[in-house]
Design a protein around this ligand. Structure first.
Ligand code: ACO
Length: 444
């Protein structure tokens, strides 16, 4: 199509933009939709019908794929709200179970509501013994994210009786099951890698204490859960619980929009989270810090991060939405100080190196001009390491926390009567139609 279209700079009125195709003279009005806070969006749902064009937005940098009431981010101001509550208030005053209730059900619970919710999660922590045997099929050095995504997908083979996505009770059972069983599956993956016996969940423990027990207890001696470790883990889970339409959440929505069973959709989310540009960054940060090794090497690695011909990036730096400090990174950095001090590890060389790297990078013109700040995963791995969690499990920890957000978004989407299959368009740049050439006549 040779015609160009123009969008007037000013809104035609407060509620629509006028779009005119100069070649055809066809004009159409694009409604402007307002949320409760944040930028307005241009509703282009009828653009193809009215103008015969699609929009082009690789990476979905400026495209809202849905409306949502769950999480709000102001990337310029460094603000993150769960159902309207600032994440720093929740980090200070709330707990992961309470945040899970809030994200999924929309309001903070009363004490009896929280009790009932936590009890239900606790009573779903065991996994079917047959599911447990799946782990024997994995080689001992399988990456835990590979095991977790496969086993989560396999859960759909166990719960045929409660997978009607249009039945609200089935949806509730699914949501409690998946949140409850993720730590059990993660711990089974960890024990499999170590060659240690699986430790069954304990219903007398809270969510994070139970996780630590399943990870670190062994049958031959008693294991004392460190409350500092359990509290630190709970805080990390609060901070990772949701982040609106990020890559893994959008993956869960897209997979779920086909009507696929929710375990398959969550498994897709786990797979998307694994990448180093997303949840895999926490593992990559530690690898990078170990590679850098000493403060003297920082300039060399910063130069590599700035060199466009190198694939090296400063892991744990930069974010699609935050163009200011990621508020979660600030909290985690403070928590690092506290946790390392309480665990007697205040002289952690990797933490010292991370602090120096942040300081130096934030004075560097390259990072300043691109507004690249530490993100949530710059410091989280240092805390996980201090808790004894191996590096390969970091992204699994993230997946456990983010399962709550995935569930909240899946529920919001499925319960919306206007739900449609997610189906992006493309700008085709391949060959035009041509005729098949018999193999004997092909010349190269
Ligand atoms: N190191 C060096 N340069 C960077 C970095 C980085 N970590 N991040 C962005 N840049 C540069 C880009 O090269 C680009 O430079 P240019 O304008 O000269 O071309 C500019 O900053 C903008 O970066 P984009 O890649 O366009 O930003 P995008 O929004 O697509 O990517 C992302 C965001 C993936 C997070 C990116 O910053 C990155 O790869 N960071 C490192 C990985 C990471 O920490 N991921 C975790 C994100 S948080 C989470 O998902 C939990």
């Amino acid at each position: 199509m040779s015609a160009t279209t123009s969008v007037s700079n000013e809104p035609m009125n407060s509620s629509s933009f006028e779009l005119r195709n100069p070649a055809t003279g066809v004009t159409s009005e694009l409604p402007v939709r307002s949320g409760t806070i944040g930028p307005q969006v241009l509703d282009i749902a009828h653009l193809a019908r009215d103008q015969g064009v699609f929009t082009f937005d690789p990476g979905y940098s400026v495209t809202a794929s849905c409306d949502s009431k769950i999480t709000y981010i102001d990337g310029d101001a460094g603000v993150l709200l769960y159902r309207g509550y600032p994440v720093d208030q929740l980090a200070e005053k709330s707990s992961f179970m309470e945040v899970a209730y809030l994200l999924i059900l929309g309001e903070l619970p009363t004490a009896p509501q929280l009790q009932a919710f936590s009890d239900s999660i606790t009573r779903h922590t065991m996994i079917n013994e047959s599911l447990l045997r799946f782990f024997n099929g994995f080689y001992h050095n399988a990456h835990p994210m590979a095991m977790v995504s496969a086993v989560v997908a396999s859960m759909s083979a166990f719960y045929h009786d409660s997978m009607d996505i249009y039945n609200p009770r089935h949806r509730e059972i699914f949501s409690h099951r998946i949140i409850a069983k993720l730590p059990t599956i993660a711990a089974a993956a960890h024990k499999h890698a170590l060659g240690q016996p699986f430790i069954y969940p304990r219903n007398d423990l809270n969510y994070c204490s139970n996780l630590l027990n399943m990870f670190f207890a062994v049958p031959c001696e008693s294991y004392e859960i460190n409350p500092v470790a359990a509290k630190a883990l709970d805080l990390l889970f609060v901070l990772h619980a949701d982040h609106e339409q990020n890559a893994s959440t959008s993956t869960v929505r897209l997979a779920g929009s086909t009507g696929a069973n929710p375990y398959a959709a969550i498994s897709a989310g786990v797979a998307a989270l694994w990448g180093p540009a997303h949840g895999g960054a926490n593992e990559a940060v530690l690898a990078m810090l170990e590679q850098i090794g000493t403060v003297e090497n920082i300039p060399k690695y910063l130069a590599m991060a700035k060199d466009k011909s190198s694939h090296f990036r400063l892991m744990g730096f930069g974010h699609r939405v935050y163009k200011n400090f990621d508020p979660r990174a600030k909290i985690i950095r403070e928590t690092c100080h506290e946790v390392l001090a309480k665990l007697g590890r205040q002289d952690s060389p990797l933490f010292e190196l991370a602090l120096r790297l942040e300081e130096i990078a934030l004075k560097d013109e390259y990072f300043v001009s691109r507004k690249l700040y530490p993100n949530v995963d710059f410091y989280s791995g240092i805390i996980y390491s201090a808790l004894g969690i191996p590096r390969s499990m970091f992204t699994v920890m993230f997946a456990i926390a983010r399962t709550v957000g995935w569930v909240a978004h899946w529920l919001e989407m499925i319960s919306d009567p206007a739900m449609r299959i997610g189906r992006p368009r493309q700008l085709y740049t391949g060959p035009q139609q041509r005729n098949y050439v018999p193999i004997a006549l092909r010349k190269r």
